[in-house]
Write a protein that binds this ligand. Structure first.
Ligand code: BTN
Length: 240
């Protein structure tokens, strides 16, 4: 059952949801904020979260190992694409692993955080999603203005709610049978990188490869100098 809890402002819906999760909040508790003052992204980055966005975190209590939390994120990426399509008619796409793009710009980020015991069993997970529904007043901050985009020019709170409900509906549809991985074919269908030349960024430098597939473990399969390789994580970039 979904229970939504709203805030005008929070430092981070993920941080708040983790506290609620530790206090025993049930699966399906959704924390929503109109803006975040300390929104968190992957790799310890900030996630710029001004007004006009949709920022929410879902508490999940799946019966799987912490490492399977990767599938929560990929399942959520599919749900965001489908939820936005259903609510607005707009076509967005997934840039592996978990960024959602619209018209060549990132409009959504997803951060799943797991709370696990010493054996690696999940106590709970927090799925955090931030969607730029409309452009912030005054535009995006300088450091992200070239890569960040929004779905609309103008904000509309009814639309935020519609998108939230559609994304949640789509997410729980796939999540109920997450072990069947029914979202993987959809993930591939919505990918904006398959068949394209991409750059893989690692501490060793930047490599050019061709993205050819996403396997059942959500690894990105690439061809590098004619050799097939599987990437399990990492930063990639693509020219649209
Ligand atoms: C990323 O792109 O690096 C992931 C960004 C995830 C942002 C969302 S917004 C809601 C939730 N609360 C947070 O602090 N982060 C996630």
């Amino acid at each position: 059952m979904i229970k939504k809890i709203y805030f005008d402002t929070l430092p981070s819906t993920n941080t708040y949801a983790k506290e609620k999760g530790k206090d025993g909040a049930p699966e399906g508790t959704v924390i929503i904020a109109g803006k975040q003052t300390g929104g968190r992204g992957r790799r310890g980055r900030n996630f710029h979260s001004p007004e006009n966005g949709l920022y929410f975190s879902v508490i999940l209590r799946p019966c799987c190992k912490a490492e399977d939390a990767l599938f929560i994120t990929t399942c959520a990426a599919v749900a965001v694409v489908e939820g936005i399509k259903k609510a607005t008619g707009k076509d967005t796409g997934i840039k592996w692993v978990n960024d959602i793009f619209y018209n060549g710009k990132k409009i959504c980020g997803i951060l799943t955080e797991a709370d696990a015991d010493l054996n690696g069993n999940l106590n709970f997970a927090v799925l955090g999603i931030g969607i730029n529904i409309a452009k912030p007043e005054g535009g995006f901050a300088d450091d992200i203005k070239d890569i960040a985009g929004a779905l609309f020019e103008e904000s509309d709170s009814d639309l935020n709610e519609k998108i939230l409900d559609s994304v949640l509906e789509s997410f729980f549809f796939y999540y109920e049978n997450i072990d069947k991985k029914e979202f993987i074919p959809k993930y591939k269908e919505y990918s904006v990188i398959l068949g394209k030349e991409i750059e893989v960024h690692s501490p060793q430098g930047v490599r050019r490869v061709e993205a050819i597939d996403i396997d059942d473990e959500c690894h990105l399969v690439v061809l590098e100098n004619g050799i097939r390789k599987e990437l399990s994580s990492g930063e990639i970039s693509v020219r649209f």
